[in-house]
Design a protein around this ligand. Structure first.
Ligand SMILES: Cc1cc2nc3c(=O)[nH]c(=O)nc-3n(C[C@H](O)[C@H](O)[C@H](O)COP(=O)(O)OP(=O)(O)OC[C@H]3O[C@@H](n4cnc5c(N)ncnc54)[C@H](O)[C@@H]3O)c2cc1C
Length: 470
């Protein structure tokens, strides 16, 4: 694909569409739009211009212009992504959704919320809570990420075992296509078989097929009670073996089952500047449950606690109020920032495997760590089979780091793929994993994705160089 640069007349046109106060072209002002949360200089690039539209019509006009002029457009939510998905590697227009941040409607009768893409996930959760309802999407980045970014990456998070990932709460979208046409997909019905499921096609498409401008989210009744358990273990196998067993044998569907190893415990301890309980443990397993009967919830918590002890847990700590639950969750929630303190450059992976394979894959990660001399912090949504193996650069030189990391990841991805897993469970492919995707995906599936991309965006202007190269 060939692209053109952003010229002075194009900037003038953009200013006439969104107003000159909503167009930035000073490199210093655009710096914060040159990266997301993927670490390392490789994952940064300045846009030529940043535009801040406030409505769908403006986005439609921007895309019409970009398509006509063959200028790349990179949609951006909050920039909390971990796959360099919102980084404008080819320059062009960075289209930030930050000014489209209205909650349009909270429809109690249908239990739906209609929002613009720039509302933070935490605001969506809060608005549902205030209405006595519940939005079940819950990425650990909820305070910072936008709901539009969650939809574009099909974000997972802490409650996916029980409630599913973001896409399972989305029943309607308004999307601006590459040529500026506006498509309205679905709405407030909870079922629909009126043609192809274009909603799910757009979900997780990482800004490569359209710009999401309106989202219909299904809400749930608010669970009345919840409880949290934290079990420290003396060995990784004992901790991780518990995860598939808890899901298949307990007869209980927990809201969350999270895992963090000792390197993570130590990083969280340093970051929070306080001693954590059982800080010598090889791993923590954190389990959350919710429900509408207090008696049943307590009985289930007791059953799961017993299962932890049978699997040799060193102890079982219970969080039954907001303060004790926060004390248990806090070390898990801060890990992305905490690991950055011990190694400013790292590669946070996002592999996902069928739950039965989790123990074997976690042990494989630890042997690869030893083989390549790279420290790996392991944590993640273990109950979903989703582990964020985080490779730490530490003091390695850049070239050595790149070589060793790439070889290690090749072996890891091959192992994951062989076990029926995928290279990304929730963060997406972005720019970071597009080379690996060509190897670890069914070739016909990849070809079909490219056919869809060419059909919807023949000039390839939308987020070029992400997921795959055309
Ligand atoms: C501390 C931390 C914890 C995290 N925890 C989780 C977690 O538990 N689960 C999880 O899944 N992720 C997690 N993430 C990753 C990240 O928060 C998610 O990927 C999130 O969904 C990205 O949202 P965003 O608004 O920041 O999107 P961005 O990073 O701005 O963009 C992500 C992608 O979506 C596209 N995009 C954004 N908005 C739109 C739109 N309106 N229309 C079309 N395309 C768009 C961009 O082009 C890009 O490809 C975490 C990140 C951090 C830093």
């Amino acid at each position: 694909m060939e692209y053109n640069r952003v010229t002075a007349p194009v900037i003038a046109e953009l200013k006439s569409i969104v107003g000159s106060q909503n167009v930035l072209d000073d490199p210093e002002q655009m710096l914060s739009y040159s990266h997301d949360e993927a670490t390392g200089a490789k994952w940064r690039h300045l846009p030529e211009v940043v535009v801040k539209p406030q409505n769908t019509q403006q986005i439609s006009a921007i895309l019409k212009l970009a398509n006509q002029e063959r200028i790349p457009v990179t949609p951006r939510g909050a920039g909390s992504g971990l796959a360099a998905g919102a980084v404008p590697f080819l320059g062009g227009i960075l289209l930030t959704l930050e000014k489209m941040n209205r909650i349009i409607e909270l429809d109690r009768d249908n239990m739906f919320m209609v929002v613009e893409p720039g509302v933070t996930t935490a605001e969506v959760q809060q608005c549902a809570r205030e209405a006595g309802l519940f939005y079940a999407g819950d990425p650990c980045s909820a305070d910072s990420s936008f709901i539009g970014g969650n939809v574009a990456t099909n974000a997972g998070g802490n409650k996916a075992i029980r409630y599913g990932v973001t896409g399972q709460h989305v029943f309607g979208l308004e999307v601006v296509l590459a040529d500026g046409q506006v498509a309205v997909l679905g709405g407030k019905t909870i079922k629909e078989v009126s043609g192809y499921n274009l909603i799910q096609l757009m979900i997780g498409s990482e800004g490569t097929l359209g710009v999401i401008t309106k989202i219909y989210l299904k809400l749930q009744p608010r669970p009345q009670f919840n409880g949290v358990i934290m079990a420290p273990f003396a060995s990784i196998p004992a901790a991780i073996q518990l995860v598939p067993e808890m899901i298949t044998k307990s007869g209980i569907i927990p809201t969350s089952i999270e895992f963090m190893d000792n390197l993570c415990i130590k990083a969280a301890e340093q970051f929070l500047n306080k001693q954590l309980m059982f800080n010598h443990a090889a791993a923590y397993i954190i389990i959350e449950l919710d429900g509408n009967s207090e008696g049943q919830l307590l009985a289930e918590m007791e059953m799961l606690a017993e299962q932890c002890y049978r699997n040799n847990a060193l102890d079982v700590l219970v969080g039954d109020n907001a303060a004790t639950q926060e004390r248990i969750w806090k070390p898990r929630r801060v890990l992305a920032e905490a690991l950055r303190v011990i190694s400013p450059v790292y590669s946070m992976e996002d592999i996902v495997v069928p739950i039965k394979e989790i123990p074997a894959v976690v042990l494989a990660i630890n042997s690869l760590s030893e083989k390549y001399g790279i420290r790996i912090a392991n944590f993640g949504h273990a109950g979903d089979g989703n582990i964020h193996a985080t490779l730490l650069k530490d003091q390695l030189g850049h070239q050595e780091w790149d070589e060793r990391k790439d070889q290690l990841l090749d072996e890891l991805y091959a192992e994951v793929y062989r076990r029926g897993g995928k290279i990304s469970g929730e963060h997406g492919i972005g720019a970071k994993r597009k080379e690996a995707l060509t190897q670890y995906i069914d070739p016909v599936a990849l070809q079909t994705m490219k056919t869809i991309k060419r059909a919807l965006d023949p000039n390839g202007i939308l987020n070029p160089g992400k997921i795959f190269n055309l």
